[in-house]
Design a protein around this ligand. Structure first.
Ligand SMILES: NC(=O)C1=CN([C@@H]2O[C@H](COP(=O)(O)OP(=O)(O)OC[C@H]3O[C@@H](n4cnc5c(N)ncnc54)[C@H](O)[C@@H]3O)[C@@H](O)[C@H]2O)C=CC1
Ligand SMILES: O=C(O)[C@@H](O)CS(=O)(=O)O
Ligand SMILES: [Zn+2]
Length: 435
């Protein structure tokens, strides 16, 4: 490896992990013990909110009235694209049955979980698109009860467009509660809600840690914490487009890493020259986020060739991966660790974030080395079943009896013995483990 770091991060996603763990543990324990009241106390503490928690139909209608018509059309457009893609993904999940041995049929079917708890972040920005991504997929999957929760703004509640989008996409209940307390409310079944069977959706490091801690008693889609993005660019890339795309994702938060991996030193240097000016030009909050993210978390890595670029990218396993280089098919075939891949300059991460149809709830902090992003499949339990004729059960019962005995599991062996004796009374079988 000849990787050269033209810019190296001083912080990583693990940097403030231990403080976050202790904070989240305490909040979860307090809320589990104290129920609705404790959750509301945390809402008051972190979000300065003491208003209504379960959003009423009248509040949903009032919110809808505040959303401009053009934005409603855009939300509908994005929802339609996410729904279409999710429906096509669902089609790939086929129920199957196969005759494993003559007379014994085994099958697989997929069953949606009953309760989905969708976290819609809202601390820094109003993540309308996250409501579309999570609620639409839960609805297409066929979940029977879908809760969307999102942090309220002090004295105001959830942003009207988030309420509108969650309702349009199929949420049965909308909860004005964010952070760990929102996640806890859906998991523990507070405020009269049924307990969620799965928690989905992105969020900051507190939300991601709460999901990680609750995993086991509730399912989770994945760890979808602070956004990260990597761009692979060669000499053919436009430095201004590359720089704009990096800054575009760095605005997510002070801890959102962006990485540029290239085999072209002049491109790298030009991008590094352009980025600070683009950051300066952003509105204040976005500028502060992008400035800190670029200073502390961003990296620019020079590689020898495209093979080394691809290997570097797979090591990082980024949430979003963009290729602005020649021979897109080669990259599509070669790359193996990413949440969502954006091939060519004509598409960009923001398209996937907002409206293209692929999901934007994606694995962060390297989790793309073992999982993809949110899809209909995450809400589905892939279960199996079997049935058999008496003839079909015979060879399986013989093998089961012998294997069980060898394992020392006599009770198991006898459940096979009894069937052989009942169905084939005139036959003798050697069911010893040493036969
Ligand atoms: N991976 C993915 O697919 C996506 C990730 N994201 C990420 O979601 C995140 C959104 O973050 P936010 O804007 O903060 O919204 P958020 O809704 O995730 O978090 C806000 C909540 O954090 C809690 N909180 C804030 N400070 C706290 C503290 N000191 N202790 C305990 N709780 C605290 C509050 O309860 C507040 O309600 C970003 O990091 C963004 O990158 C966003 C969209 C998609
Ligand atoms: O992490 C992500 O996928 C986000 O970039 C999505 S959004 O830009 O916050 O909608
Ligand atoms: Zn984004």
């Amino acid at each position: 490896m000849t990787r050269e770091y033209l810019k190296k991060a001083t912080l990583t996603s693990k940097s403030d992990a231990s403080d976050v763990k202790a904070t989240v543990r305490k909040i979860l324990d307090d809320i589990e013990a104290g129920g609705d009241k404790a959750a509301m106390e945390y809402a008051a503490k972190f979000d300065q909110y003491d208003g209504n928690v379960v959003v009423t139909r009248a509040e949903i209608e009032a919110a809808a009235a505040l959303v401009p018509e053009k934005l409603k059309q855009d939300i509908q457009f994005a929802h339609d694209n996410v729904r279409r893609f999710a429906e096509a993904q669902k089609e790939t999940l086929k129920n199957i049955e196969v005759e494993v041995v003559p007379g014994l049929i085994a099958g697989q079917k997929s069953i949606p979980v009953t309760g989905a708890g969708c976290y819609v972040p809202g601390g820094r920005y109003s993540h309308i698109a996250s409501a579309i991504m999570t609620v639409t997929t839960a609805s297409v999957a066929g979940c029977k009860h879908i809760v969307a929760c999102s942090p309220p703004r002090p004295g105001v509640g959830i942003a009207p467009a988030i309420i509108y989008a969650a309702d349009l996409c199929g949420a049965d209940t909308i909860l004005a509660m964010g952070g760990v307390q929102g996640v806890a409310a859906m998991t523990f079944g507070l405020f009269g809600l049924p307990r969620a069977n799965i928690l989905v959706g992105p969020g900051n490091q507190f939300v991601a840690e709460a999901k990680r801690m609750l995993f086991g008693r509730v399912g989770i889609d994945m760890i979808a914490g602070p956004t990260d993005s990597l761009i692979l660019a060669d000499a053919t890339a436009d430095p201004m487009v590359v720089a704009t795309d990096l800054v575009g994702q760095a605005e997510h938060g002070y801890n959102s890493p962006v990485w540029l991996v290239t085999d072209n030193r002049p491109l790298a240097e030009e991008v590094m020259r352009i980025v600070p000016g683009l950051i300066d030009d952003l509105p204040e909050v976005n500028r502060d986020n992008a400035f800190a993210a670029w200073r502390d978390y961003a990296e620019v890595i020079l590689c020898a060739d495209r093979e080394e670029m691809a290997a570097t990218s797979d090591d990082y396993a980024p949430e979003h991966l963009t290729v602005q280089a020649e021979d897109l098919d080669w990259w599509l075939g070669r790359l193996s660790c990413y949440g969502s891949l954006f091939l060519g300059e004509e598409t960009t991460v923001a398209f996937g974030d907002k409206a293209a149809g692929t999901n934007h709830v994606l694995p962060t902090s390297g989790a793309a080395s073992y999982t993809g992003g949110l899809s209909v499949h995450k809400y589905m339990k892939i279960v199996t079943w079997q049935r058999a004729t008496r003839e079909g059960s015979k060879p399986v019962a013989e093998a089961t009896a012998r294997i069980s005995r060898l394992e020392g599991m006599e009770g198991h062996a006898r459940t096979a013995d009894i069937r052989l004796k009942k169905y084939f009374p005139d036959e003798t079988f050697d069911l010893t483990s040493n036969g």
